[in-house]
Write a protein that binds this ligand. Structure first.
Ligand code: SF4
Length: 70
């Protein structure tokens, strides 16, 4: 799996992996980079999106319904 980095409050965090609608209750695809304000996420992990009738979406996708959970 490929890992990518995102910074809090920036567009790089606007990914399904960080969205409240992405069904990942254990936050298995994201992890904080301690002391940096940055996060890493795994790309291409498909999980259901609650805003799209549980359709599978990829962790590195995004849409206009994005709501950040961080
Ligand atoms: S498709 Fe949109 S609403 Fe669904 S998890 Fe991704 S950003 Fe969030």
């Amino acid at each position: 799996m490929s890992k990518f980095y995102a910074k809090e409050g920036q567009m790089s965090m606007r990914k399904c992996a960080f969205c409240v609608n992405y069904y990942d209750p254990t936050n298995s695809v994201i992890a904080p980079r301690l002391g940096t304000g940055a996060w890493e996420y795994e790309a291409n992990v498909r999980k259901p999106c609650r805003a799209k009738a549980n359709q599978g979406v990829l962790s590195n996708s995004t849409c206009s319904k994005f709501v950040c959970k961080i």
